[in-house]
Design a protein around this ligand. Structure first.
Ligand code: TRP
Length: 458
């Protein structure tokens, strides 16, 4: 079967950036930055990207583009039959797990866009936002309906194929996402009292930085850049031989980091405008679906036109960000079943979608009817989240860096990185050094931290 490529370099970068820019940029990065020393945290985060993120992203790009195969096939080819082939297979399943809970949150963003557009937050007292959210996620069927819609959209894009599905949608959605982000940031920054919010986000405070800050920054960098499970490896398998790997990786990282910082520009000026304490807003779902809808109403005028527009655009932005990331995760699995089990793309995608419908519904229902079902003290949703995020991702990142630094043929790496000698690679030695020593060690520490080994530091 003819294998598709992305049609343009810009399309390739936008698709990869679409994978990277996701919920992590909005619901974790800004609040982590604010609480961990502002610009000091951003500097550490950028160093993590330079030292660890980029080397691993470039390696994933390289393995994907060199083999032009799905992640499992790619690692089978480059591992020459050694057990390293399992790194690829593990990545597929990691992505599958992430997808199953990620779509649940993606569905919530749709519901909140709907609530915002219909002005449902009009005159809601501040303390009721928690109940609105709890009642919604515990509802016996409403979240599942949105879930099916969200997965349906992903499925549609995936079945259209690499160029007219993934690439075309990225070319439409990423500029949209960028424009909305700028618009919301400008609106928020022009609110009275905005400067305090920017100060919270940006003022460097090195006294808040300790070893756990560095570990948090590393973990966040990995998640935000979609690394460590072959997501970008799969996308890179659709790059053509002329795509500059290092430059594309730098571009993706810049886009991802800019959007994450701008998300802070959207959130904190409004928070400080109404005199709320950002340390009491929580992170993740609590921040996004409980604190922020209230913040937006109060800052922009309860039920006002501006509040409706701002809130609707904000949740639509989250929806687009979540959608492009979910598409990339789905593609990893689809490429895998299609190529490894010799199916048509249609069949492969349908198979993946069916499993995600089932497991995603279970994750979704674990906030309601299935909340009693727990394992290791965790709901189904947390189980998927923790298992993939705390165990499989750090493990994958460590193995990929060790493989790329120690096992993969050095000449092959250099030839592929330089597009067979067309590009200069003055950073090559540093790259290999990081892959061999810095990355495995650093990710090893993140791994131990995720498992709770450094609990005594906190
Ligand atoms: N990067 C996305 C975010 O910031 C999530 C994501 C997509 C992801 N693909 C991934 C995370 C692969 C880890 C691995 O929300």
């Amino acid at each position: 079967m003819e294998r598709e490529n992305f049609g343009s370099k810009i399309g390739a970068v936008l698709a990869a950036a679409g994978s990277a820019v996701g919920l992590g940029n909005v619901w974790r990065f800004p609040i982590e930055t604010g609480q961990n020393g502002g610009a000091a945290f951003i500097i550490i985060y950028v160093i993590c990207i330079l030292l660890l993120g980029l080397p691993i992203m470039i390696s994933e790009f390289l393995v994907g583009r060199y083999t032009h195969a799905n992640t499992a096939g790619a690692f089978r080819i480059v591992s020459n039959g050694s057990p390293w082939k399992w790194v690829g297979r593990m990545g597929i399943f990691t992505g599958w797990f992430i997808l199953c809970y990620y779509v649940v949150v993606g569905a919530w963003t749709m519901h909140y866009t709907f609530l915002s557009v219909t002005n449902a937050f009009h005159e809601v007292p501040a303390k009721e936002y928690g109940d609105i959210f709890d009642n919604f996620v515990a509802h016996p069927w409403l979240p599942t309906v949105w879930l099916f819609v969200f997965i349906g959209v992903i499925h549609y894009v995936i079945t259209r194929g690499v160029q007219s599905g993934i690439e075309k949608s990225a070319k439409l959605m990423m500029p949209t996402l960028f424009l909305i982000t700028i618009f919301l940031a400008v609106c928020s920054v022009s609110l009275p009292g905005a400067s305090k919010g920017l100060e919270f986000l940006l003022k460097p405070d090195w006294s808040k930085v300790d070893s756990t800050t560095v570990l948090d920054a590393m973990g966040q960098a990995f998640y935000s850049l979609s690394l460590a499970m072959g997501c970008l490896c799969t996308y890179a398998s659709y790059f053509d031989k002329k795509t500059p790997l290092a430059k594309s990786a730098v571009n993706v990282s810049i886009i991802d980091t800019l959007i994450a910082i701008m998300a802070g520009f959207i959130i904190f000026p409004s928070v400080f405008n109404i005199g709320m304490d950002p340390n009491e807003m929580g992170v993740g779902a609590g921040l996004t679906f409980v604190s922020l809808p209230n913040v937006f109403q109060q800052a922009l005028g309860n039920g006002s036109f501006l509040a409706v527009v701002f809130s609707s655009l904000f949740y639509f932005l989250l929806f687009v960000a979540a959608l492009t990331s979910a598409i990339s995760l789905h593609e990893v699995a689809t490429a895998y079943v299609t190529e490894e089990f010799d199916m048509t793309r249609k069949k492969g995608a349908a198979l993946v979608t069916a499993t995600v419908l089932i497991l995603g519904t279970m994750c979704s229902l674990s906030f309601g009817p299935l909340s009693g079902l727990t394992l290791f003290d965790r709901s189904i949703f947390s189980l998927f989240d923790d298992f993939s995020g705390r165990i499989l991702l750090p493990l994958g990142g460590m193995l990929i860096s060790i493989f790329a630094g120690w096992v993969l043929d050095r000449k092959l790496y250099r030839d592929e990185l330089s597009n067979q000698g067309d590009l200069k690679t003055p950073y090559f030695k540093m790259l290999v050094f990081s892959l061999r020593y810095i990355a495995p060690l650093a990710i090893g520490l993140v791994f131990l931290d995720q498992l709770g080994a450094f609990g005594f530091l906190k």
